[in-house]
Design a protein around this ligand. Structure first.
Ligand code: BTN
Length: 249
């Protein structure tokens, strides 16, 4: 099936993830996307809520139908991070960088989050929904108190410019399609190189948020060819981290 460039526009929805899932179940081709003005129950990773006020961001979900093994899907989330980071840098001049696995930061504050959800049947991927949330138009005072120090927007980082959200979403989709084709043709290696060039992570001291027993802290030294983050602990041992989240230390 080919790549669709259809961007379905919605007003208020609970979450574009659910809207995209409905479309995927109805059989739309991959690349089909849903962009909403507002989400009343925007979802973040690990069951967190995603603040998605009206007109303030690109709240978008994209249907993908990759032929890949389930264990490789973290590579797709890294690919989506590269697509958004590249788009933000090129189209707004804001120097976003990627915190592993795929949060986009400007300085220490988050400007974009990505949530990749897989629908499976007997261990096989039926489809994947890649959810992308980019803070575009919020001013400092628009953020609730608890987000003010940790979140930022393209408006704040560009000295007050208001970017067209639909144009941004279209540019993200174009970049996503380009990288998705590259990935299908050449595998993860070129994506890994691009990710490393946009990383805010490599060279930093990190704590890997695994369960207490196998917590690892050390320097993030590389992204390996499978998408794992390689962390070197104080004794010089290397640990490959497959999924989860990291904290700066
Ligand atoms: C995270 O950083 O925790 C991921 C946030 C993902 C937010 C986007 S906004 C569009 C899509 N719809 C959702 O409900 N979540 C994702």
């Amino acid at each position: 099936m080919g790549w669709s460039s259809l961007l379905n526009y919605r007003g208020t929805v609970s979450s574009t993830q659910s809207e995209a899932k409905e479309l995927a179940e109805a059989g739309v081709p991959e690349g089909t996307a849903v962009l909403a003005e507002e989400q009343t129950a925007g979802r973040g990773r690990q069951g967190r809520r995603w603040h998605s006020p009206k007109g303030a961001g690109v709240w978008m979900s994209v249907v993908l139908r990759p032929e890949m093994e389930l264990k490789d899907t973290p590579q797709l989330t890294l690919l989506a991070g590269v697509a958004v980071c590249q788009t933000i840098r090129e189209h707004t001049g804001v120097q976003a960088a990627i915190k592993w696995p795929n949060d986009l930061l400007v300085g220490e504050r988050k400007i974009c989050g990505i949530l990749v959800e897989s629908a499976l049947s007997q261990g096989q991927i039926r489809y994947i929904i890649a959810g992308i949330g980019i803070d575009v138009a919020a001013a400092e005072e628009d953020y609730p108190e608890e987000l003010r120090r940790v979140a930022t927007s393209l408006r704040i980082e560009s000295g007050g410019r208001i970017f067209d959200r639909v144009a941004l979403a279209e540019n993200v989709l174009t970049e996503l399609q380009k990288l998705y084709r590259l990935y299908a043709a050449e595998g993860f290696a070129p994506i890994s190189r691009m990710w490393s060039g946009m990383s805010a992570t490599l060279g930093r001291r990190v704590l890997v948020g695994a369960p207490e027993t196998d917590r690892v802290s050390g320097i993030a030294v590389a992204l390996d060819e499978t998408g794992c983050l390689v962390v070197e602990d104080e004794a010089g041992s290397l640990h490959s981290v497959h999924s989860g989240e990291i904290a700066w230390i």
